[in-house]
Design a protein around this ligand. Structure first.
Ligand code: FES
Length: 107
């Protein structure tokens, strides 16, 4: 299990235990976390799983793929430097806990 902290745009915090191997998006959807839709199920075709990753965690993540980078151009709320698509972030005990903030809205 790996802890994921989801902070909403409004500042509400939810901490959820996720299964290693699951994505940050899957963990949010399974636990009813608001602010992450995951419409395409994680196949990089919707961008409704956009999150802003905590700066320190962002630095430790593997880099985005070219397709993820391209999809981040079509998010409902403009991307920032630490933007990621949460379906592309896999939980692992080796990485440890991760914190993300959800955008104001997703479409
Ligand atoms: S869930 Fe569709 S791109 Fe992440």
């Amino acid at each position: 299990m790996t802890k994921v902290t989801y902070t909403s745009h409004a500042g509400d915090v939810r901490v959820v235990d996720g299964a290693d191997g699951d994505s940050v998006m899957q963990t949010a959807v399974r636990n009813g976390v608001d602010g992450i839709v995951g419409e395409c199920g994680g196949v990089l075709s919707c961008a409704t799983c956009h999150v802003f990753v905590d700066e320190a965690d962002f630095q430790r993540l593997p880099p985005r793929s070219d397709l993820e980078d391209e999809m981040l151009e079509g998010t409902a709320v403009d991307r920032k430097r630490c933007s990621r698509l949460s379906c592309q972030i896999q939980l692992s005990a080796a990485f440890g806990p991760i914190s993300v903030t959800t955008p104001e809205y997703q479409e």
